[in-house]
Design a protein around this ligand. Sequence first.
Ligand SMILES: [Zn+2]
Length: 385
Amino acid sequence: MIRLTRRLYYDDSFISEFEARVTSCEGADKGFKVTLAATAFFPEGGGQKADTGFIGGAEVTDVQEKNGEIYHYTDIALPVGETLTCRIDWEQRFRRMQNHTGEHIVSGIVHEMFGYNNVGFHMGADDITIDFDGFISREQLFEIEMLANRAVYANAPVIAFFPDADELESLDYRSKLELTENVRLVRIEGYDLCACCAPHLRTTGQVGVIRLYDSIRHKGGVRVHMLAGLDAFEDIVIKSRNVTAVSGMLSAKQNEIAAAVERLRDENEANKLEILRLKKEMVDSELRGLKPTEGNICVFTDSFDAEQLRSVVNAGMELCGGICAAFAGNDTDGRRYIMGSKTVNMRNEAKAINSALNGRGGGRETMIQGSVTAGEAEIRGYFGV
Ligand SMILES: [Zn+2]
């Protein structure tokens, strides 16, 4: 296949700025699509996202490859035939190369150790994921992470080349293709040999650091979450700051905060149960004070929650011939109420009660809830208790 656009990143993946002649420019869905005589912009492919940047004064928002041609999607039209200065968003590209080269190292080690294949690669917003077609335990993942970082310190060269058909035939490489020519292989000396069209770092040392976070069962194999390079470093810094903050709050050593949080969680569970027990005791105490009556019952509390008020009303309804009304609050701030009855249709009665006690609320035939601003004496007067 004849490559229409010369790919500068094949020869040098560290070109961030270059001059190129615009060979075509036509309208696209949003903006324009532009071809260049040569480009260092990497088009989306193999799980790696497209570069962004500028061609002259035009912003490049996407780069796609179609039939060997590379299309740069821009916000404004560009003059065909003119040579312009092109700039790649280098910070973004460099971080992607760190993650991508790190992924090669990890995949090469996994292939060597277990014979598993990398069957999926994705660069997400928070991390990158690699899918392998076999199981990797968390202990094994730690071992792989250690080996991957040792590969970084080894500062092995990363070399891309196009072998001829005979050489290709003789090579054992990952992502084996059906193609016999124009196959670009990327070798990380001692760690990986893989067919790949993307830009990579020059040496493994440039990856800086590789973090493997988790290996989760996925489609008969595992999905490994990882970060490499500056992305990994930033993540480590952010997490470290959080650990420092949590350690301070818990007065626990940084490496012992998980155990401290576990104790805190157990204490919290015990506290919750104790609160439930005390709340029930408060309800029981109120209920002990209730006496059977043909009339109404009113119970005034400072701070009962809805569940406590409902428990009081449920019990009180059985003891009275009229309405059992339970309140929480005070004369200054007003009161929340729940009221119930076995003889009075509360839904019908709600309007009269709210009107008399300056309140609002409603509900079912047997039970209503709402709030009133009337004082205790006024409420007692209304219900005759
Ligand atoms: Zn690659």
